[in-house]
Design a protein around this ligand. Structure first.
Ligand code: UD2
Ligand code: MN
Length: 577
């Protein structure tokens, strides 16, 4: 009897303890970005002398006192130089030629300019951070042949907008630039700035190994990587460090705002930042926050889980970065490293988050300022190590990829094994469920070639300024995938999945466009449903008309919807991969 009631007491105590544990842990999760930490911070602050405390808020370097608040570009405003003489105008054009950004304009803007503060009110009004409880950081900036003013403005903007107590150093890594002003003048110029170090690679290493060199010298607890043409917004650093303090396995990304390459105007995209994704050519894509993530978050300033990162701007605990294998040092020059790090982080137990309260501007250049020959090889390394059988969809969309030699990846595969990472299917299911995974059924994807005009293929060029879609046309077949790659699914959609996932749609006026895919055709007038018959015709279920290729009167190739005529070779289409 006694034994039995003791056992009951014991079991119910255990049950209660378990419940308490469960709720304690669950609560923690719910409170991810709310009060738990703040309480702890306030407690620590009680025994600090007020004066002492105020000094912690000092920036690493104050702005010079004589800056004209109405000077060109101040507050992030646009600078347009009007009525230039032909000679001066030519100088401006030359600077754009050389740097792919308007350095001529940049040189007319203060190296210390202040940006407007785009942050959500909740970011500005929250209680101050306790700088002594946050980790310190080394900011690592690799550069190659960067213009003087954009590079130096990046350095000053870090110094002016980072708390003295948190910024251990800035490490500039010159990736073997050949510009004279960088080789001869930069070191001297930086001598005046305490805390800024300059190191140089002994050959052109590419951004991955250049960043790794910087990281290897860093003394701060957190590594914060920036591109060499950035401007930080007040308060950019603290929320990044705070999140890492809460959870060391999170890699955090600030909201990346655009600085115009021509006018240096600073834009911010509103309070709902975009997050990172990719398409099946493995090019990085920006996305709006998906519904499931919107529901998960409690407040507009909560971190946003992101499947991928753009690559240039992020902070990570140095210890954690090392633990998950830093970067793939076999990657050259530019590209691919951002997806590799993103896949690895999520698949090996970490997280990737965009922090809405942290804003940094980045100059997106007019075009690439230097050749990027290794994008495909780097991307292949990422795909081969992390994507399992899903890499097939990438190869199908990049015909040149299968001929490319991506070198030795055995060390990276060993890393994946030793970290016991999830597989790529887990990543797609859990981290990026909104990404359409192609079916790629043999014989139903690739270029869609017309029989009557046999050198012409279905072609879709996503319009730059019209994200809702545009006309589908025909164009000379080029065999490179890209705008001529389509997939015919078992739901009878003709899908285009480069850049943005879209479906070929019949429109009332007999034109053909690309629109967002409708999840269920039965809910709509079947404008996205196409029957591809053995006779080669492609018939719209909406209006029973067939895709027809022709030459217009003025000699332009045209794609039309016409009454079906299975005998006409201009209505016969076949897939070619
Ligand atoms: C984006 C990223 C960039 C990087 C790249 C993919 C942002 C804002 N930018 O392109 O950081 O992830 O995608 O690889 O997310 N650099 C070198 N050595 C080189 C080439 C570049 O040090 O051989 C430096 C370069 O000066 C710059 C940084 O690496 O500071 C990134 O290069 P980028 O600015 O040309 O790349 P971006 O912004 O077009
Ligand atoms: Mn950049």
């Amino acid at each position: 009897r006694k034994g039995r009631s003791q056992r009951i007491v014991f079991i119910s105590t255990c049950a209660i303890l378990l419940l308490v544990f469960y709720f304690a842990l669950r609560d923690n999760d719910v409170n991810e970005f709310t009060d738990v930490k703040a309480k702890h911070i306030e407690k620590k602050r009680e025994n600090v002398v007020e004066d002492d405390y105020a000094s912690l808020f000092k920036p690493a370097l104050s702005r010079p006192a004589d800056i004209d608040p109405r000077g060109p570009g101040e507050g992030g405003s646009a600078v347009r130089l009007l009525n230039l003489s032909p000679e001066v105008s030519k100088q401006q054009e030359d600077s754009i030629q050389t740097y792919a950004v308007n350095q001529f304009v940049s040189e007319r803007i203060s190296l210390h300019r202040r940006l407007q503060d785009p942050r959500h009110e909740m970011c500005k009004s929250r209680r101050p951070f306790d700088y002594r409880s946050l980790p310190t950081t080394s900011v690592v900036i690799a550069f190659y042949n960067e213009g003087w003013s954009t590079l130096i403005r990046t350095v000053f903007s870090v110094l002016h907008n980072s708390p003295d107590a948190l910024l251990t150093e800035i490490i500039l890594v010159d990736d073997y630039s050949d510009k004279v002003y960088l080789k001869d003048k930069l070191a001297d110029f930086l001598k005046a700035l305490a805390r800024v170090r300059l190191v140089r690679t002994t050959k052109r290493e590419g951004l991955v190994r250049a960043r790794l060199l910087g990281a290897s010298l860093a003394k701060g607890e957190v590594l914060t990587f920036l591109d060499c043409h950035c401007e930080c917004v007040e308060g950019w650093l603290e929320p990044l460090l705070e999140r890492i303090m809460e959870d060391e396995s999170v890699i955090v990304v600030p909201v990346i705002d655009t600085i115009d390459w021509n006018t240096f105007e600073y834009y911010y995209g509103g309070h709902e930042p975009q997050i990172g994704g990719f398409d099946w050519r493995l090019t990085f894509q920006w996305h709006t926050i998906p519904d499931h993530e919107r529901k998960r978050r409690k407040s507009p300033v909560d971190p946003i889980r992101s499947p991928t990162m753009a690559g240039g701007l992020f902070a990570v605990s140095k210890r954690y970065f090392t633990r998950i294998g830093t970067y793939d040092a076999g990657m050259e020059i530019w590209g691919g490293e951002n997806l590799e790090l993103s896949f690895r982080t999520w698949m090996c137990g970490g997280k990737l988050e965009t922090i809405p309260c942290s804003h940094v501007g980045h100059v997106f250049p007019k075009q690439s300022p230097y050749p990027r020959p290794k994008f495909l090889t780097n991307t292949l390394r990422a795909a081969e190590v992390w994507m399992d059988d899903y890499k097939r969809h990438f190869y199908i969309r990049n015909p040149p990829a299968s001929k490319e030699n991506y070198g030795d990846i055995s060390a990276r595969k060993d890393l994946r094994n030793s970290l016991q990472c999830h597989d790529f299917k887990w990543y797609l299911d859990n981290v990026y469920p909104d990404l359409h995974v192609p079916e790629d059924r043999p014989g139903y994807y690739g270029a869609f070639r017309n029989s009557g005009m046999s050198s012409f293929c279905l072609d879709y060029a996503p319009p730059q300024h019209n994200p809702t879609g545009g006309r589908v046309s025909i164009f000379g077949c080029h065999g490179q995938g890209g705008n001529q790659f389509f997939e015919y699914t078992s739901k009878r959609e003709v899908r285009f999945n480069s850049e943005k996932e879209m479906c070929m749609s019949a429109v009332e006026d007999d034109t053909i466009t690309m629109l967002d895919c409708v999840p269920d055709q039965r809910d709509s007038p079947a404008s996205q449903e196409w029957v591809h018959s053995h006779d080669g015709t492609i018939q719209s279920v909406m209006n029973d008309k067939c895709l027809h290729a022709s030459m217009s009167k003025d000699g332009k190739p045209e794609l039309l919807l016409k009454t079906c005529d299975p005998g006409s070779r201009f209505q016969q289409w076949y897939w070619k991969h």
